[in-house]
Design a binder for this molecule. Structure first.
Ligand SMILES: [Zn+2]
Length: 343
């Protein structure tokens, strides 16, 4: 069974007309899925807001109070993150969606998606990059407490490094964190280098693969195969959380990778295969995507891959100019993490 969580109020996560985040993207995504005949294959659920108690498993009280205050009057959370009025409610609704999707995976669903999710730049006591609360960690901590899960794998394929999520779990061996992202020397948030592998008992459970600008589909998919399935299988998680940001597409205005529509189909398929051979629980968080047209097509293709459809949307391939650099980064990563994983 496959489901999606959605609430009309998701579209109030709007950071302003001049802001790159597309406020009504959840609605446009759902409408596009409907138009393509995909929505009827997904069972739809309406989320409730995460409670303050849910947030407190991850964030500290002071940070929560700051967002509450900003939410009353409107203001700025960070240089790139305006806090519109009511954002405390709406960001809790997004986190509530990730919680509900996660809980459904423990009630018989094999795949659950949340179109307003994957806020990976939020850490315990600060956030930026259009994020407020880290819905990924908020859901993990609820599942840990309520369902006693203790092995979580996060595969974060958004173009931006998941600095908030990494920081929250840097010392924690119960959460395997793998991020593929554009090299931090060339993109916000400037983190996620190969030598960052976690600390103390968490050492080896943080894995970062930075990719040079113009990385194309061929090297991206090969790097995926070389790194992600072997490690996730060895870790043997109880749930896989897939931050499926599509700001890796060549048309994205905020970043410089060169993936094409068909890449997302194959990534969806590979993630579903990985879930199928391990825990059969795949939580798909749609994440970033700032080109309003190509984002919808890319999310759609991910779902087509997950559903193992024969039909999906294709476009012209782009020559991959960075194959050698990507493979050299993969080799360096393999050397760095060889004490912890067989690759
Ligand atoms: Zn992103």
């Amino acid at each position: 069974m496959i489901g999606i969580v959605y609430h009309e109020d998701y579209n109030k996560y709007d950071l302003g007309i001049d802001h790159p985040l597309i406020g009504n993207k959840p609605k446009k995504t759902i409408e596009f899925f409907k138009k393509q005949g995909l929505l009827e294959e997904l069972k739809e659920f309406k989320p409730k807001k995460a409670t303050e108690k849910d947030l407190l498993r991850v964030h500290n009280q002071e940070f929560i109070e700051r967002i509450k205050t900003l939410s009353k009057s409107g203001g700025m959370l960070a240089f790139d993150t305006p806090a519109p009025k009511g954002i405390y409610e709406i960001s809790r609704l997004a986190a509530g969606g990730t919680i509900l999707a996660g809980e459904n995976l423990l009630k018989g669903f094999e795949v659950m998606a949340n179109p307003l999710a994957g806020f990976h730049h939020a850490s315990k006591n600060y956030a930026s990059g259009f994020c407020f609360f880290n819905d990924i960690a908020v859901a993990i901590e609820l599942l840990r407490e309520k369902y006693k899960l203790n092995k979580f794998a996060i595969v974060d394929l958004d173009v931006h490094h998941a600095n908030g999520t990494q920081e929250i779990y840097y010392y924690d061996p119960s959460v395997l964190f793998i991020s593929f992202h554009q090299d931090g020397h060339t993109l916000y948030p400037g983190t996620g280098f190969i030598d960052k592998i976690g600390r103390e008992s968490g050492e080896g459970y943080t894995i970062n693969l930075p990719l040079p600008p113009k990385t194309g589909s061929k090297s991206y998919l090969e790097a995926f195969d070389m790194v992600i399935p072997p490690i996730v299988k060895q870790f043997n998680p109880e749930i896989i959380i897939y931050q499926s940001g599509v700001d890796t597409h060549h048309s994205d205005p905020l970043a410089d990778l060169s993936l094409v529509y068909q890449t997302y189909y194959y990534l969806g398929k590979k993630m579903e295969d990985l879930s199928d051979t391990t825990c059969k629980k795949l939580l798909v968080l749609f994440g970033g995507g700032y080109n309003s047209e190509s984002s919808l097509i890319s999310y759609y293709n991910i779902m087509c891959g997950i559903l193992n459809k024969n039909e999906f949307i294709k476009e012209e391939e782009i020559p991959d100019m960075r194959y050698e650099t990507v493979m050299s980064n993969v080799s360096e990563l393999k050397r760095k993490i060889s004490p912890y994983w067989n690759l």
